[in-house]
Design a protein around this ligand. Sequence first.
Ligand SMILES: Nc1nc2c(ncn2[C@@H]2O[C@H](COP(=O)(O)OP(=O)(O)OP(=O)(O)O)[C@@H](O)[C@H]2O)c(=O)[nH]1
Ligand SMILES: [Mg+2]
Length: 267
Amino acid sequence: MGLTRQSFGAASLREKFAISTKSGQKIIALAGNPNTGKSTVFNALTGLNQHTGNWPGKTVLQAQGSFYYLDQEFVLVDLPGTYSLLANSIEEQVARDFICFADPDATVVITDATCLERNLNLVLQVTEITERVIVVVNLLDEARRKKIQVDLGKLEQELGVPVVGTVARSGEGLDDLKQKIYDLAKGRINPKPTMIKYDIRVEECINTIEPLISELHLGRLNTRWLALRLIDGDMTIIEGIEQYLGVNLSDSFKSEVSLEWAKVQVN
Ligand SMILES: Nc1nc2c(ncn2[C@@H]2O[C@H](COP(=O)(O)OP(=O)(O)OP(=O)(O)O)[C@@H](O)[C@H]2O)c(=O)[nH]1
Ligand SMILES: [Mg+2]
């Protein structure tokens, strides 16, 4: 049984994330480093159909809005700007929790073409959580001005997810972005992100822990990513599973994970 949005439903989405949806709407998360143009894209796509508030229980601003493309209505959620999803700050935790527990139909990661390398760190963290990712390379005008060329096709190949080049301020590339969002949310494209391989000892530990996680039946939550978070000792993910999925991880499960990781460190 899936415990993510497919089963906990629109009511829970509203209650736990303060996102109001109507049936048939697709949910799109907008992530990215600070100052990469997320809100500019958000405003261009949603126009006046938006409202702001706070994330439930947090003093972090939330913006959500809706738009139609072809026959489909979308709810777009502008996540806080973050450099990572390791939950080191409230903003990172909000963004991480939404991407993994709200189970959006697509996550769009906005990057800055003038400092792509730094931005790709977040992209890789998102593609570890979900396959349904689109990467936007924004600020292409600034990149052109600085004589930086970005090979979008090559980037798409390397990442294994759709890549769209944009100048959000002028609207360049946004129709292409809407088409890609539509295709992904409708299942017309199925990205297969390039998987990051870790040190052999870490990979062995993941292999041992993943089956234990599968037994918890956490729905579409990515078991490999979760294994990595657990061996990293990230307590916030355990809180998230309890808070959003209503699943309490037993002490024996937690100690088994610690034991496996301890074995790796000794070897
Ligand atoms: N030149 C240029 N400027 C852009 C582009 N997209 C956005 N900007 C500008 O970049 C600045 C930051 O844009 P925002 O949309 O606020 O960025 P953000 O990612 O929402 O920022 P935070 O919410 O603070 O993380 C604004 O001054 C925008 O007008 C673009 O494609 N080209
Ligand atoms: Mg913003």
